[in-house]
Design a binder for this molecule. Structure first.
Ligand code: TV7
Ligand code: CA
Ligand code: ZN
Length: 377
């Protein structure tokens, strides 16, 4: 296969893989990062240590288990050519530059969602301990509209699938942005607990304060951890581990879904945290060590070489081989992207950690732990 080919080689054939789609020139979301991740995982010879599934694409019907029929039908119809016409005939499904109507949009969504639904089915069948879909994790998509680069909420669809078999699902979101679409979908139920760690304050989507805890039967089962710029590995661990430790102890989920958005890494184009690859992956290690059935999903991540590094490393964590991995990158199709050091490493920088000022993080942690201790257990 040629190295950088267009999303479609002609107007009949569909792209071979999810990494071939593009949101358009200049858009920060670059599906090619999935292809780079796959290449790197493959170059590390990890593919033969796992089952690589080729899940079915999600159908419009399966997407409509969460989304409205009219929104899904709109996504099926929309192309760059018809976008304007469709959008201004009473439809308000896509808004602005964040969610363009790009070529192959519906197929892209069906691959992303198909992967997460299949992950849920494989986990529920009991035949796998961990399932990964780096093309999933699109946490902003709403029932009847696209938001923040997300069109179809693969996470909600996967959780709905898990709820067919399991009584309680824990959703954990370490993307730099608030996991608003997933939170909203399960806001009134205690069968899904949603926990999001995110930058809060003059930042998209603007929701996710500690006052938002869920409603009705779901009260207390939405947990938000709003953070400030520059959080380091040490500070992040100091809130993630006590909060998630207590959460798992009290909620006792049957299964965990972890959204591993890579925009919480240091140096991300849209993120504002200061996590290294190790600090980010520590979250995966921590959850994995407790032995729950686990689904790992992608999400944000806009400095693409670091996204590929991180998700490759987290794949190694899932396989239990992270300690053995060679920090010098093996030769791969994208090798030149990883210069000048060509290493499996995302370093931090010297930015200020605004979370340690004035006891901010201590206050957030205390409030989060209080919310957890008020849940029945
Ligand atoms: C999960 N930030 C998604 C995160 C979604 C963030 C936003 C952009 C952005 C969009 C572009 C672009 C951009 C440099 C960055 C209020 C606005 C401001 C559009 C220009 N460059 C995830 C969504 C967020 C699109 N949106 O959690 C095309 O940044 O802040 C906003 C909204 C209105 C729209 N404008 C930005 O990580 C996957 N968008 C360049 C071209
Ligand atoms: Ca988050
Ligand atoms: Zn994000």
């Amino acid at each position: 296969m040629p190295l950088h080919r267009n999303a479609r080689t002609d107007h009949r054939s569909l792209p071979a893989d999810v990494g071939a789609y593009t949101y358009g020139l200049g858009h920060p979301m670059k599906p090619q990062r999935m292809r780079m991740t796959h290449e790197l995982v493959s170059a590390y010879n990890m593919l033969d240590q796992m089952h690589v599934l080729r899940p079915k694409r999600a159908t419009a019907e399966s997407m409509a288990r969460f989304h409205t029929d009219e929104y899904i039908h709109f996504l099926e119809m929309v192309t760059p050519e018809t976008a304007e016409q469709l959008t201004y005939h009473g439809n308000r499904f896509l808004t602005g530059e964040d969610n363009p109507a790009f070529d192959g949009l519906f197929e892209f969504c069906s691959i992303s969602a198909g992967g997460s639904i299949a992950a849920a089915q494989r986990i529920a069948s009991g035949s796998y301990e961990i399932a990964i879909n780096w093309a999933g994790g699109l946490h902003h998509a709403k029932k009847r509209e696209a938001s923040g680069f997300c069109y179809v909420n693969d996470i909600v669809l996967a959780i709905l699938e898990l709820l067919r078999s399991y009584p309680r699902v824990l959703y954990v979101d370490i993307d730099c942005h608030h996991g608003d679409g997933v939170e909203e979908a399960f806001y009134t139920t205690d069968r899904v607990m949603t926990v999001s760690f995110h930058k809060y304050g003059e930042y998209f989507p603007g929701t996710g304060t500690q006052q938002d805890k869920g409603r009705g039967k779901g009260h207390g089962y939405a947990l938000n951890v709003p953070l400030r710029d520059g959080i380091t590995d040490e500070t992040y661990k100091g809130i993630f581990e006590p909060v998630m430790g207590k959460c798992l102890e009290i909620y006792r989920p049957s299964v965990v879904v972890l959204q591993c958005g890579a925009d919480s890494l240091s140096g991300d184009k849209l993120g504002c945290f200061n996590l290294t690859m190790q600090g980010h992956a520590n979250c995966v290690k921590f959850i994995k060590a407790l032995g729950y059935p686990l689904i790992l999903l992608g999400g944000g991540g806009y400095t693409v070489k670091n996204v590929a590094r991180l998700w490759t490393y987290e794949t190694a964590v899932a396989l239990g081989i992270a300690n053995e991995i060679d920090e010098n990158l093996p030769w791969n199709e994208y090798f030149e992207w990883f210069g000048p050091r060509y290493r499996l490493e995302v370093a931090g920088n010297n930015m200020d950690d605004l979370n340690v000022r004035d006891g901010y993080l201590d206050a957030v942690r205390t409030l989060a732990l209080e919310q957890l201790s008020r849940l029945p257990h």
